[in-house]
Design a binder for this molecule. Structure first.
Ligand SMILES: Nc1ncnc2c1ncn2[C@@H]1O[C@H](COP(=O)(O)OP(=O)(O)OP(=O)(O)O)[C@@H](O)[C@H]1O
Length: 281
């Protein structure tokens, strides 16, 4: 596990803003993914029911192999489920064909990866606006300016990725993920390649984009301190939802992870162990 310690740069403010709280941005119902057959069968996800609120920053945590990446890939339409359903807003994505999934990922979802995935020959500005070019959509200059200001990229727009620090590159990747105002941004270990200060900045920007810009973010992370920037932490163990922590702190997340280890595969839910009551969905 990455033991990097991140220090929040600004104090947390309660609650998320924006989105329609009555409709979850993302839902899973009985979602399952099975790899292999016979003795080699792995149930990577084993019947997951979970809602992710619009306008909230949610972290997904759990031990290695607990199914975090599998869940994110199914929710983002990057992989197909073995059974069950995943929804983006009102759209059941588990029944869409490849073409519809490609359009959905392009038009309604943003991605931030551990390795930034910027195009090296393009400037920061060109990288940010690339999704609009690919979609044939026009640039909302006001939104672009707001993103660039919020992410502190104003004086870096003409630089190529090789001329930017890791933290700056990830901030460009976040602006790119947000430029088309997607319904949800999936972030997969977004601070995994960053030092603690750059990681803290990136996490603060992710949180600001939820609180101030009304976006919805679902982040997979191994780091309890990173998870504590979120409004909520969903814990996975053995392909199942094993805990749910509202308003997490590094301490409550660590307590929740420790409780998971002590459950050691037994069925259970660690919300109470982490100082939270079970969250009804
Ligand atoms: N393509 C695959 N073929 C077979 N098994 C797989 C495949 N992908 C994942 N698995 C298995 O599914 C389970 C869940 O994997 P997943 O990558 O979702 O876990 P994770 O929680 O993201 O792990 P980590 O924290 O190590 O990245 C693991 O047992 C893994 O070995």
């Amino acid at each position: 596990m990455d033991t990097t310690v991140y220090r929040p740069l600004d104090p947390p403010t309660p609650g998320g803003r924006g989105g329609d709280p009555s409709t979850p941005a993302v839902r899973a119902r009985g979602l399952a993914k099975v790899y292999g057959t016979g003795a080699a069968t792995v149930r990577a996800l084993d019947g997951v029911d979970v809602d992710f609120a619009a306008g909230a920053f949610t972290a997904i945590m759990g031990p290695s192999g607990s199914g975090k990446s599998t869940l994110m890939h199914l929710l983002a339409g990057l992989d197909t489920a073995s059974s069950g359903a995943a929804y983006l807003g009102g759209t059941e994505i588990t029944t869409l064909d490849d073409g519809a999934l490609t359009r959905l990922r392009r038009d309604r979802v943003g991605f931030v990866f551990q390795s930034f995935n910027l195009l090296p020959m393009f400037t920061a500005q060109q990288n940010i606006t690339l999704p609009l070019e690919l979609a044939g959509a026009g640039l909302d200059h006001e939104w672009f300016d707001l993103l660039v200001t919020t992410l502190g990229l104003r004086d870096r727009l003409t630089h190529r990725p090789a001329e930017l620090s890791g933290g700056q590159q990830q901030r460009v990747a976040i602006a790119r993920a947000l430029i088309a105002k997607p319904e949800v941004v999936f972030a997969d270990e977004p601070t995994g390649n960053l030092d603690s200060r750059s990681g803290a900045e990136v996490l603060s920007f992710l949180r600001r984009s939820v609180r101030e810009l009304g976006r919805t973010i679902i982040m997979v992370t191994h780091d309890p301190t990173a998870a504590a920037y979120a409004d909520r932490v969903v814990l996975l163990a053995d392909g199942r939802i094993a805990g749910d922590i509202a308003d997490p702190t590094p301490e409550s997340v660590l307590t929740g992870l420790d409780a998971l280890r002590s459950l050691d595969g037994a069925a259970g839910h660690v919300g109470a162990a982490a100082g939270q009551g079970p969250v009804s969905r």
